[in-house]
Design a protein around this ligand. Structure first.
Ligand SMILES: [Zn+2]
Length: 348
């Protein structure tokens, strides 16, 4: 993601440095950031999950040494690393629980093994939570006392950051905003977690594709049907492209996702009253700079206006996140920094 031309020159950086590791199903991203969260080196490689947890952890630990060497920073100038992985997790114990994309990882102590190979203490985090912390540290939530981030991708991730604290919960299952109930009806869509009516069943890339498939099958989306018949893959990007071209059924699908998000977000505003609510991830339709992204955000806001307390609807900004694919490693590094400062208050 971050190529060399975007790295901060070491002479301009402020020590100490913090390593952030973002473990995804396809790629591992590792960045080294300075004490202001600015990237001084970045490395990415394939996860190759089939090689097993020990191998993946060894390569993540070694990648911390790689970014230190790329930046020309001594390991002794890095007090701690952060590691973000998909959930669900047992954050206190240091492992991933029943993660379908990570066979063999259940109960394997990724935190301690990465720590061993990196030679550093490691702060273990949920990847969605880490992304929110990154936005809080240097992104769209900078200098605000709290935020909620919804990451719209294959699923719907959630992050709740209050002050320097992320909300993890007693069982590491807090901030799972994708699984709040938005539709209690018996006809509700089933969430990938197995339960019906959750936000993720309406607002993820997977659910948009499912809804688009239904629109095609019922004859409501002839342009989409034509594109798919012509060999195009049915993806959120295809729906986006057609909506951008003025196809009304595609626009309606984007609108429908926005409406469900507005319903879910209303609950989050009433529960948490965050200083800002952010939307990130791959499925944001080009964001503010794209007419579809702009309409998407507008529709979410208007749904919130029609359902939330007037004061909250008026005062809570609902915006796109700004760190993109860097949010995970930057946030993991930031969480490592925050933990270090908690453990060693005299160093800060
Ligand atoms: Zn669910």
């Amino acid at each position: 993601m971050k190529d060399r031309s975007h790295w901060l020159p070491l002479a301009q950086a402020r020590a100490p440095f913090w390593a952030g590791v973002d473990l995804g199903g396809t790629n591992i991203k590792v960045g080294l950031v300075d004490d202001d969260g600015r990237t001084v080196a970045f490395h990415t490689e394939k996860t190759l999950v089939e090689q097993g947890p020990e191998d993946v952890c060894r390569r993540m630990g070694e990648a911390v040494h790689t970014v230190a060497a790329l930046a020309g920073v001594a390991m002794s100038a890095i007090p701690r690393a952060g590691l973000g992985t998909p959930g669900p997790q047992d954050l206190k114990a240091g492992f991933i629980i029943r993660a379908g994309n990570f066979p063999g990882f259940d109960g394997f102590n990724v935190r301690d093994r990465v720590s061993h190979h990196a030679g550093l203490p490691v702060t273990f985090a949920n990847d969605a939570t880490a992304a929110g912390f990154g936005e809080h540290w240097i992104g769209a939530g900078k200098r605000l006392e709290s935020l909620v981030l919804l990451t719209l991708g294959t699923g719907v991730g959630g992050s709740i950051v209050i002050g320097e604290t992320t909300l993890d919960g007693a069982n590491s299952h807090a901030s799972e905003c994708g699984h709040i109930i938005v539709d209690p009806a018996p006809t509700a869509r089933k969430c990938p977690c197995g339960q019906p009516g959750h936000l993720e069943a309406y607002a993820s890339a997977k659910s948009l594709v499912a809804m688009a498939r239904e629109a095609i099958d019922s004859g409501r989306a002839p342009a989409l049907a034509g594109a798919v018949a012509g060999g195009e893959e049915l993806t959120p990007e295809l729906v986006w492209a057609l909506a951008k071209g003025g196809d009304q059924p595609a626009g309606t699908l984007v609108d429908e996702v926005a409406r469900w998000l507005g319903i879910g977000i209303t609950t989050l505003l009433h529960t948490l009253d965050p200083a800002i609510l952010l939307l990130g991830g791959a499925m944001t339709f080009g964001g503010e700079g794209d007419p579809v992204g702009k309409a998407f955000l507008g529709r979410i806001r208007s749904e919130v206006q029609s359902r939330a307390f007037k004061l909250l609807a008026e005062r809570t900004p609902i915006d796109f996140a700004t760190l993109g694919g860097d949010a995970g490693y930057v946030g993991s590094a930031g969480m490592a920094r925050a933990e270090h400062r908690r453990l060693h208050p005299t160093d800060a």
